[in-house]
Each structure stands twice: as C-alpha cells, then as structure tokens.
Design a protein around this ligand. Sequence first.
Ligand SMILES: CC(C)(COP(=O)(O)OP(=O)(O)OC[C@H]1O[C@@H](n2cnc3c(N)ncnc32)[C@H](O)[C@@H]1OP(=O)(O)O)[C@@H](O)C(=O)NCCC(=O)NCCS
Length: 296
Amino acid sequence: MPEAENLSTRRAVRDDKAEVLEICERVYGERDYLPDVWDNWVSNEPSSGEFRIGMTDGRIVGFYHLAYRGNQSWMESLRVDIGQRRRGVGRRLTHDALDRVTERGSRVIRLVTSQKNLGSRGLFRGQAFEEVLFPHYMKFEGAMHAGSDNGQVRNAERDEILKFLHNSGSLAPPHFLSPLWWRWWEFDETMLDELLVNGSAIGLGDNRNLEALLLLNMTSRFGYKNSVQITFLGGTIQMMLTLIKHIPRFLDQTSSNEGITGYFSIPTTGSEAETALNQASFHYGTELVVVQKLLT
Ligand SMILES: CC(C)(COP(=O)(O)OP(=O)(O)OC[C@H]1O[C@@H](n2cnc3c(N)ncnc32)[C@H](O)[C@@H]1OP(=O)(O)O)[C@@H](O)C(=O)NCCC(=O)NCCS
C-alpha cells in the first residue's frame, strides 16, 4: 500500500464540521465525544491548541487536536477514516503533530489511549513514544448521597494545600502526571491554581493540618457535559473513602454545579485511590495508557 504521500495538512475551519463529524460517525458511531467539543476546539486561541486536518485529493481522511500548556503539548482525537487505514495517514498526522509542537518550543508531547488499542499503541511506539503511565477510568452512576458533617471534612485553603503537598514531597520535581479532564499534565503549582480556580478542594484533618485531600473539577469548561472529575492528592484509603462520602455537600455550594451528569476519576492502576473508588462503588471502565515523547 502506498505511504500517504499526497497527504496535506492544515488548520481546521468551521466549514469542516460536517465532514469531520461524518468520519467520527463512521469510526465510533454515536459514542464519540468529538461532536460535543468541536465548536470549542475549532475556535481555539493559538496559545491553547489547534485542530489539524489531513487531506488527500480534496477529501478529509484524518485529523487530530493539540492542546498546549506552557511547554507541554497534548495530542488527542486522532482519527483516520475507515477505508483510509494502514496507508500511513496516522503516521503522517503524527509527524505533523511533532513538527507543530517542536516549532512552538514544546519539550514534551503526550496522549492517552486504551490499553486494548493495539493499532494506536503500535503507531506511537513506532514513533519512539514511551508508555509512561497506566491509569484506570472509573465512574459512578446515579446520585451520591452526602455523609453528615463530621467536622473533619472541610474546604481546604491554598496555603494549607501547598504545605501538605510540600510535606509529602508531591510538588518536588520530577512532577507526577495528573489528569485535568482527559489530559495528563505535570502537577505543579500552576496546575494546582488552575484546579482551585475552576474547582474545589476538600480536605480532611483538624484546623491546623491536612491529612488527606481531593480536588473536584467540573468538565463543562472543556465544552463537555457537566461531569465531576475527582483527583486524590494524598491520604489513606480509609480517609479517601471518607472524603468521597462528603463530595455532594461541597457540590451544593455553587450554581455552576447544576445538571451534574456523573462522577468519574482516572487513578493510576494499582493505586490507593483506585482501591478507595472501588470500595465506594465506582465502576471500572477502560484501562488506559499515557504515552509521551520528549522533544529535545
Ligand atoms: C490508530 C489509527 C489512527 C491508525 O491510523 P492508520 O492511518 O491506519 O495508521 P498507519 O497506516 O499510519 O500505521 C502506522 C503504524 O501503526 C501501527 N498500526 C496501525 N494500525 C494498526 C492495527 N490495526 N494493528 C496493528 N498495528 C497498527 C503499525 O505499526 C503501522 O505501521 P505499518 O503499517 O508499517 O505496520 C487508526 O486506526 C484510527 O483512526 N483508529 C481509531 C481511532 C484511534 O484509535 N485513535 C488513536 C487513539 S488517540
């Protein structure tokens, strides 16, 4: 099969919508989240990301999206149309992404895929990406019922969170990777601030010291339906379970939390957070792998 030699790439425009969504429909049927985020992504500020299109003979054959955070880049929604596969389109689009992010000075590019997606894993392995993290998607269906106030679970303030994270060594480089929606970034102080501005932090402990911490983020700001993303930043399994029980109490506090469609978390496989979520009746979903390539 010829390598996709006549493939050209360009930035997506609003008029591409119908053709892009037809490809999504062919690839994933109604399960695709891309139609929900298209409007948001196609109007990206150049500093926050870009949607790229691959064309052959005047037809869209594949595409992907890049998101930027400082000098880190995230690649997502790579799709090659059915009938165009195994001709090198995916590889060409990956090269296009590497060119784009290198040009803008990124020092790393990452993406997530299902562990079962052997085609995708093979594609990125072939481009010298490394598999660096194995997270597990977990979700809770139905309504959560709030535990009664025990005086130990409360909103955590930025200063005490920083103290807690410094004491546990969590802010020291190399920074661990933490998901913000479906993108994994290095967890540093700027990421904490972003999580705090757009979400809330619940701590467990007396009024002087935190012993466990979880962060809540609403996914609607990514142009997606309003789910609650839960991220644990320390504590024992028992403490995490206590924090989970109190989540609804803290969500009631702001009107932006109306119309919540569900709760999810993407802990690392084998972590204490995964065990706590399992014990709190979260269901296991897709087993994932985060891959990255350093660009030096
Ligand atoms: C994964 C995907 C993007 C690959 O696109 P593609 O254009 O068929 O890939 P290429 O032809 O460029 O293949 C490049 C390499 O990837 C690997 N690969 C691609 N598809 C594969 C498959 N089905 N099985 C095994 N390896 C595969 C091979 O190593 C291949 O090299 P080779 O053909 O020389 O052996 C495409 O199958 C797709 O759109 N899948 C659905 C969406 C998806 O899974 N996206 C990736 C997750 S972000």
